[in-house]
Design a protein around this ligand. Sequence first.
Ligand SMILES: Nc1ncnc2c1ncn2[C@@H]1O[C@H](COP(=O)(O)OP(=O)(O)OP(=O)(O)O)[C@@H](O)[C@H]1O
Length: 259
Amino acid sequence: MTKRNVPLQVKNLCFDARGIRLIKDVSFDLTAGSRLMVLGANGAGKSLLMRLCHGLLVPHSGTVQWGEGQEGKMIRQAMVFQRPVMLRRTALANIAYGLKCKGVARPLRRDIAFDFLSRVGLARLANHPARLLSFGEQQRLALARAWAMEPDVLFMDEPTASLDPSGTHAIEEITRLIAQEGTTLMMSTHDLGQAKRLGNDVLFLHRGRVLEQASAQDFFQQPKNDLAQAFVRGELLWWKKKKDLYPGGGIEQIPSDRI
Ligand SMILES: Nc1ncnc2c1ncn2[C@@H]1O[C@H](COP(=O)(O)OP(=O)(O)OP(=O)(O)O)[C@@H](O)[C@H]1O
């Protein structure tokens, strides 16, 4: 796969639920080939933003604009969730079904599905019911199914949140391989080490707003935003008040339009 320009432009995106604005005027570009890490405390709006980008939610206002894929084709996108969503069929058939939706001819599906199962180390479980696999295996299967779609853009919403260190390592390795093939990544995570290992760009959200977008290197060395600094130090907790973070100056230090 070759790199593309800007596959996704998000402009002034707002999302409301039950009369409350949860995503507030979010704008950013997802550049081709980037590995964008979406960071922020619990409830910052990471999942909502990714679902809006993927088209699972309809914004109240603003736009999610997709560019062109290879040779002018539509951008192909896939998403992996924190809790894997498995079809009630075998591991192999889960991938084959995705291939069917992609338009792959029936005689080819089985071999391709098996190839992707092998890539994530699940070949021996090909004929097991997907829903009986362990949580970590299901997450690898979900990633293989997404990978088989050969997406231009892959959304990953905290894919390792419930995994042990070896499961996390496996998912990171697979993610690297997918990115190496030219797939653009947008991924949320609470694991700052993981964000450093996998990301080259960071989007920092707080209470539904983007407070900082920077290269991963700049963000982790010296975030510009004071709340991002607190987050990187592990001090930005959702129940803390601003005055707890900045006892000297309190509210005045953080303009209210940024909260
Ligand atoms: N359908 C909904 N109706 C009302 N509020 C919602 C809805 N979905 C999400 N929210 C609220 O929107 C806010 C952002 O939720 P979101 O799941 O995007 O956060 P997050 O950053 O992914 O958090 P976490 O890291 O805990 O998964 C939360 O306060 C959540 O309670």
